[in-house]
Design a protein around this ligand. Structure first.
Ligand SMILES: [Zn+2]
Ligand SMILES: [Zn+2]
Length: 265
């Protein structure tokens, strides 16, 4: 049996004799079904035309992204044995490069759009997977390696902490890396705090492809959580999505701008 992968969002499903009837991640109003209809691939098939680019983005932090672009096009991050977010492709070259960088003990994922092939990565690299329990229903390949954490904060050691901010997804999580940005702190933010085209700003949406905003009360709540965190840099979900410096102030002023746009300041 094959573990089918949705081509539009890159999510891998539990092994089945036939492809699943549809992809609930894409059918959700936060995503969309590919314009040519639902289509499926597998990790092995993906590997015949794609490779992973693996590159240091700052000392101690590796980026891992698939080329040519596949699915949502995100790049994962690797720091202190943690894989933050994930990509669908895992091949022998990637496995060797990640092992050479110290391996992976934990895979933590910001939200369901980046669950991708997290279970296959976990099996090949002998890791556990942490996803917030509020998003349990979105796990398409349940597995004993997937641990559902609860609450608002989880300390992972090595100066790494998960914080559930919600918003885009109820279990939406960011990772604070205290040692990042030369010790000033880096926020690994996925789509939960979205670094936008003007990289001095961020935004927060319920759906990015379908442009559905979040209510003012959610923005205020998320702003309050950000105020408790110390960081200078923000790494969003794509290679160029980086707020290089003064990130905390820029996230806070972005929340204020959002509230003004909603007539709520
Ligand atoms: Zn999908
Ligand atoms: Zn997303």
């Amino acid at each position: 049996m094959a573990a089918f992968v949705c081509v539009t969002c890159g999510t891998q499903f539990a092994p089945s004799p036939q492809p699943p009837p549809g992809c609930p991640i894409c059918l959700d109003e936060r995503q969309y079904v590919g314009h040519d209809g639902q289509s499926w691939t597998t990790v092995a098939e993906l590997g015949s035309g794609h490779t992973n680019r693996i590159e240091e983005v700052e000392p101690g932090l590796l980026g891992i992204g698939t080329e040519p672009r596949f699915g949502i096009g995100q790049r994962a991050l690797h720091v202190h044995g943690l894989l933050w977010d994930c990509v669908t492709l895992i091949d022998a070259d990637t496995e060797a490069a990640v092992r050479a960088a110290g391996g992976i003990h934990t895979i933590a994922i910001s939200h369901p759009h980046y669950y991708s092939a997290m279970v296959e990565w976990a099996e090949r690299l002998d890791a556990r997977v942490l996803v917030h329990e509020a998003d349990r229903e979105h796990v398409m390949r349940p597995d004993a390696r997937v641990e559902h954490w609860s609450g608002e904060r989880l300390d992972l050691g090595d100066g790494l902490e998960l914080h559930r901010l919600g918003g885009h997804f109820e279990g939406g999580t960011v990772c604070l890396w205290r040692g990042g940005a030369g010790g000033r702190g880096a926020l690994l933010s996925g789509d939960i705090v979205q670094v936008v085209s003007d990289r001095d700003w961020v935004s927060f949406m319920y759906s990015y492809p379908n442009l559905i905003p979040l209510p003012a009360a959610e923005i205020r709540r998320i702003r309050g959580r950000i105020e408790e965190l110390d960081f200078d840099r923000v790494y969003g979900a794509w290679w160029p999505a980086v707020v290089a410096a003064d990130g905390r102030a820029k996230v806070l002023r972005s929340a204020d701008r959002y509230l003004r746009a909603l007539g709520e300041s």
